[in-house]
Design a protein around this ligand. Structure first.
Ligand SMILES: *[C@@H]1O[C@H](CO)[C@@H](O)[C@H](O)[C@H]1NC(C)=O
Ligand SMILES: *[C@@H]1O[C@H](CO)[C@@H](O)[C@H](O)[C@H]1NC(C)=O
Ligand SMILES: *[C@@H]1O[C@H](CO)[C@@H](O)[C@H](O)[C@H]1NC(C)=O
Ligand SMILES: *[C@@H]1O[C@H](CO)[C@@H](O)[C@H](O)[C@H]1NC(C)=O
Ligand SMILES: *[C@@H]1O[C@H](CO)[C@@H](O)[C@H](O)[C@H]1NC(C)=O
Ligand SMILES: *[C@@H]1O[C@H](CO)[C@@H](O)[C@H](O)[C@H]1NC(C)=O
Length: 392
C-alpha cells in the first residue's frame, strides 16, 4: 500500500467512525463499492458526487515519435533543443509526462476519471518507424488506444461491482470520419458490456450498475453527437469546465475558485482541473538553469498537489467538481477529498446543499430561480440558501 492509500484509509476510517460509529474499510480499487452504504451512493447520480481523476492519463509511456498535428509549444521546444544542440525527445517527454503509473494502476489507486487523448497516426515517410493507427499522445505518441482500453476493461472486470469510471476521449488529431468510426468500434469492442447505455448518463449509481455485479464506464467522445443511451458513447459536450492554463498555483486556484462558484447544478458534468500548464518560458528557464527552475512537469505538479488539500479545506462548502482532475495521482490528495465529500453525506437534499464559505450560497446548484417558489420547497430554499436568494 502506498503512503497515500494508507493516509486515505486512516482519514476514511476516522470520518466513518465519527459519522457511522464504526470503521469502514476503504481501498482504492473498490472505494465506491466500499462506501456505498455509509455515503448513500445508491441514489446519487454522477452529478451529485465528486470522482477523483487523472489529467493526461496515458502519458506514463511516451515514445520518441512526434504526434500528428501542430502544437505551438512543441514547435518552440524543438526549436530550442535544436539551437542548444540537445535531443528534443527527452525534453518533450519530461514536460509531457503527467502520470507515471498505468491506467490500471491509476484506477486501482482510486482514480475514476480518465483523460484519454487520442490521435490517428498515419505511416510517415519522415519517421518510417513511427507506430500507426489509434494511439494516445501528448506532443509525442504514447501507447495504442487498444492497449489502454484493455487496462480499463481489466479494472472493470476485476472490480467487485458498483464502480463507475468516466473516460473522456478527446482531440482525435489526424482522424477523419472513417477512422473515427474505427475508434468507436474499438471502444465498443473493448468496453462492450461495461458501457452505460439503455438509460440517461445522469441515472442513479444504483441504476447505472444494476443487474449484475458489473461496474460501468461512461465514455464521452469528442466530436460525437450520437445518442449515448443507445450507442453507449456519449457526446463530450455533456462536460463543462476548462483548465486554467496557468503555470502557477495562485492563478490556477483563482480560476478554479471562479468555476466552483459558478458551475455545478447545471445538468452538465462539472470538471475541475487542479493542474498547472507549462509555457515555453518555463522550459527555457529549466534548460538554462536547472538548479533553480523546474526541469519537468512533475516539478510543477509537486507544487500544485502540495496545496490541494488546503484549498479544498478552505472551500469545503463548495463542490470541487464532479470530476476532480490532477497530475501524479498517486501523490495527490484527490481520493481523500472525494471520499470525505461523499461521506459528509449532508442531511439536506444534495440538490440544495450549500456551497459557500458561509454555507448559505447554493448558486453552484443553479437553483437561484427557486428562491421565489411557493410552498415548502421555496421555504427550504430560502432558509438554506440565503445568499443565493438575496441575489435573486
Ligand atoms: C482492494 O480491493 C480489491 C478488489 O476488491 C481486492 O482485490 C484487494 O485485495 C483489496 N486490497 C486490500 C489492501 O484490501
Ligand atoms: C434510495 O431511494 C429509495 C427510494 O426512494 C429508498 O427506498 C432507499 O432507501 C434509498 N437508498 C439509500 C441508500 O438511500
Ligand atoms: C512517480 O513519481 C513520484 C514522484 O511524484 C514518485 O514518488 C514515484 O516513485 C514515481 N513512480 C514510478 C512508478 O515511477
Ligand atoms: C480516412 O483516413 C484513412 C486512413 O488514412 C484513409 O484510408 C481514408 O481514405 C480516409 N477517408 C476519407 C473519407 O478521407
Ligand atoms: C437527466 O438528463 C435529462 C436530459 O439529458 C433530463 O431531462 C433529466 O431531467 C435529468 N435527470 C436528472 C435526475 O437530473
Ligand atoms: C461551511 O458552512 C457552515 C455553515 O453551514 C459553516 O459553519 C462553516 O464554517 C463553513 N465552512 C467553511 C470552511 O467555511
Amino acid at each position: 500500500m502506498t503512503n497515500r492509500a494508507a493516509a486515505a484509509l486512516l482519514a476514511i476510517a476516522g470520518l466513518a467512525a465519527a459519522s457511522a460509529g464504526q470503521q469502514a474499510r476503504v481501498n482504492g480499487s473498490s472505494w465506491v463499492h466500499d462506501i456505498w452504504q455509509p455515503a448513500a451512493l445508491a441514489n446519487k447520480t454522477l452529478l451529485d458526487i465528486t470522482l477523483p481523476g487523472t489529467h493526461d492519463s496515458a502519458t506514463f509511456t511516451l515514445q520518441d515519435h512526434f504526434a500528428p498535428g501542430s502544437n505551438a509549444l512543441l514547435e518552440d521546444i524543438v526549436r530550442l533543443a535544436d539551437k542548444l544542440g540537445i535531443n528534443a525527445y527527452p525534453l518533450v517527454i519530461a514536460w509531457a509526462t503527467a502520470q507515471n503509473i498505468t491506467l490500471k494502476q491509476q484506477l486501482d489507486a482510486g482514480a475514476r476519471f480518465i483523460d484519454l487523448r487520442a490521435c490517428w497516426s498515419e505511416p510517415s515517410e519522415a519517421d518510417p518507424s513511427a507506430p500507426t493507427g489509434w494511439h494516445t499522445f501528448h506532443m509525442v505518441l504514447g501507447l495504442p488506444i487498444a492497449e489502454l482500453l484493455d487496462q480499463i476493461a481489466a479494472f472493470l472486470d476485476e472490480a467487485p461491482g458498483g464502480e463507475v469510471v468516466v473516460v473522456e476521449v478527446t482531440h482525435l488529431l489526424g482522424s477523419n470520419a472513417t477512422t473515427q468510426a474505427q475508434l468507436r468500434a474499438l471502444l465498443e469492442a473493448k468496453l462492450g458490456d461495461h458501457l452505460v447505455r439503455g438509460m440517461q448518463f445522469n441515472a442513479t449509481l444504483q441504476a447505472l450498475t444494476q443487474g449484475a455485479t458489473k461496474s460501468r464506464v461512461l465514455v464521452l467522445l469528442e466530436d460525437w453527437d450520437g445518442d449515448g443511451s443507445s450507442t453507449g458513447l456519449w457526446p463530450d459536450a455533456l462536460i463543462r469546465g476548462e483548465y486554467a492554463n496557468q503555470d502557477n498555483v495562485p492563478k490556477m486556484a483563482e480560476w478554479d475558485q471562479g468555476l466552483i462558484e459558478t458551475l455545478g447544478g447545471t445538468g452538465h458534468i462539472f470538471r475541475l482541473w487542479w493542474t498547472l500548464t507549462e509555457n515555453v518560458d518555463d522550459i527555457v528557464a529549466g534548460v538554462l538553469d536547472p538548479s533553480k527552475y523546474p526541469t519537468k512537469l512533475f516539478d510543477l505538479v509537486r507544487l500544485a498537489n502540495a496545496q490541494l488539500a488546503g484549498w479544498a479545506a478552505a472551500n469545503r462548502n463548495y463542490t470541487l467538481g464532479n470530476l476532480l482532475v490532477v497530475d501524479d495521482f498517486e501523490n495527490s490528495p484527490a481520493l481523500e477529498i472525494a471520499v470525505a465529500d461523499a461521506l459528509r453525506n449532508c442531511l439536506d437534499d444534495p440538490q440544495l446543499r450549500a456551497r459557500s464559505p458561509s454555507g448559505d450560497d447554493c448558486r453552484s446548484w443553479g437553483i437561484a430561480g427557486d428562491c421565489a417558489a411557493s410552498g415548502s420547497h421555496g421555504d427550504f430554499v430560502r432558509a438554506h440558501c440565503r445568499r443565493t436568494c438575496l441575489q435573486c
